[in-house]
Design a protein around this ligand. Structure first.
Ligand code: NAG
Ligand code: NAG
Ligand code: NAG
Ligand code: ZN
Length: 439
């Protein structure tokens, strides 16, 4: 009898709990309304990498309407109201000095093909205006970010070509140093510092990205690189998928002034949030949902993720925050955020914590739109600036035995070609002599 009463009570509780957590949660209702007015713009999703890993990019054998081995598919995108996505053209660091450029081009290609295959769901996008247009057509604006400077093989020509192919951000490093920039593992102590931040060529890359209107992504770089770029870039920068270091002390997260005394930085050059905030053109930190960056442990929940949003809002204001879930790039996601369909849960939680509509809309998409528009304005201002055609010094890339040196005056190939020029001149001279003697 007692047990019957208890189960009746439990059933009632369970039913009412269900009802509340579903459509009747006023915060969820509000979240979905805001998301139908302002596009959710996510900074980083690795679905293209899953397409390579699981299908070797054979999109013809994949149906994104039913794919169930990824965090991302079309029904989940619809449910999660994903307005715009920077799809990651990521290839691992083991391609550096090998076929990184080819593999990156293939990742760019697969995003283009995905948009062509599902034209009702995706619109390829390369500008802030494109994002608005796609959103008004109920399509997910699909942008490309290249994750890792190794993908350009130390070549400004390759960088420019990737821009032409639609790439709109470059993460300066992934988890390896390039010949011109240090990665976050240097701060962690597991990689050596090779450039004390950016080399001279690294600075050229940054300035050329400003000229092109390609966003500079500081996820994955050292704190030194973050601060160098914050000091020199004319355009605002992004962290496409990083969280707050104060909440979880992981070197992939963004440091703030409050943590001056932690061992990681040791110095005063860590005012990243302050710089992001104080510049007239503010940047953006797009919060990563990976458990390991959210709680520094294997488990996390929605509340833990919201703590990062709250913290960044507190130290720098709601206008430098965004979403950068890292779906399909990570192995562990918070309870309640298991795939892209669940993102509205975070939005509802922020509303529950008292975020205003304006603050929520800023984080959803308005901040990224502002940053992107500012970067486009810097590009338009710099139209008279010539493309930078000064190549990286050969000595800085000659550790790569696959790399030839055509075009460099002071190298083996160059020397060989001067030898053959000399030989040609000798031949001509000899012929001249013979001709003379014949006369
Ligand atoms: C996932 O999709 C495959 C192929 O469409 C199907 O056979 C399988 O049952 C699905 N798995 C789940 C858990 O839905
Ligand atoms: C987009 O979706 C909304 C809501 O479902 C609908 O009212 C609107 O007509 C749609 N717009 C287009 C261009 O399909
Ligand atoms: C989320 O996890 C934290 C521990 O990280 C815990 O204190 C909190 O109660 C959890 N919140 C919810 C809503 O489950
Ligand atoms: Zn990453």
């Amino acid at each position: 009898m007692l047990s019957k009463v208890i189960s009746a009570v439990c059933l009632t509780l369970w039913v009412s709990h269900c009802a509340v957590s579903a459509a009747e949660d006023p915060f969820m209702t509000k979240a979905l309304k805001l998301m139908s007015e302002t596009p959710l713009i996510d900074g980083h999703n690795d679905l293209p990498w899953q397409l390579r890993k699981q299908f070797n990019n054979q999109l013809n054998v994949v149906d994104l309407n039913t794919l169930n081995t990824t965090h991302t598919n079309i029904p989940k995108i619809k449910q999660g109201k994903l307005g715009a996505q920077f799809w990651s053209a990521y290839v691992p660091c083991d391609t550096q000095y090998k076929d990184a450029v080819r593999q990156t081009l293939e990742q760019i290609d697969v995003v283009h093909r995905m948009c062509e295959k599902y034209p009702d769901n995706f619109m390829f996008a390369t500008s802030a205006q494109d994002i608005r247009t796609a959103f008004s057509q109920n399509k997910t604006a699909s942008l490309i970010g290249v994750e890792g400077g190794h993908s350009i093989d130390s070549s400004l020509g390759t960088l420019r070509t990737m821009y032409q192919l639609g790439v709109r951000y470059l993460t300066l490093t992934h988890s390896c140093n390039t010949p011109w920039a240090d990665n976050w593992l240097v701060d962690e102590g597991s990689d050596p510092s090779e450039h004390n931040g950016l080399s001279q060529f690294g600075k050229q890359v940054v300035m050329e990205m400003n000229r092109l209107g390609m966003l500079i992504d500081l996820a994955h770089v050292t704190v030194k690189v973050m601060n160098q770029v914050l000091d020199m870039s004319e355009a605002p920068v992004i962290f496409s998928h990083s969280s707050a270091y104060s909440i979880c002390k992981h070197a992939r997260n963004v440091p703030s002034p409050k943590i001056v005394n932690v061992p990681l930085e040791k110095t005063t050059k860590i005012f990243t949030f302050e710089k992001l905030k104080s510049r007239e053109k503010k940047g953006i930190v797009m919060v990563n949902f990976y458990n390991d960056y959210v709680t520094c442990s294997k488990t996390a929940n929605i509340s833990d993720v919201a703590d990062h949003f709250d913290h960044i809002k507190k130290v720098a204001g709601a206008d430098i925050i965004g979403f950068g879930g890292d779906y399909d790039g990570v192995t562990r996601l918070p309870e309640g955020l298991e795939d892209v369909s669940k993102v509205p849960n975070v939005v509802a939680e922020l509303l529950r914590r008292g975020w205003t509509d304006e603050e929520v809309n800023a984080a959803l998409g308005n901040n990224l739109l502002r940053v992107f528009t500012d970067a486009e304005e810097v590009r338009d201002k710099l139209t008279n600036k010539k493309p930078d055609d000064v190549p990286i010094p050969y000595a800085e890339v000659n550790k790569n035995s696959c790399r030839t040196s055509h075009g460099y005056p002071d190298d083996v190939t160059g020397a060989a070609s001067s030898l053959s020029t000399l030989a040609l001149q000798l031949t001509l001279a000899l012929q001249g002599l013979l001709l003379l003697s014949a006369l």
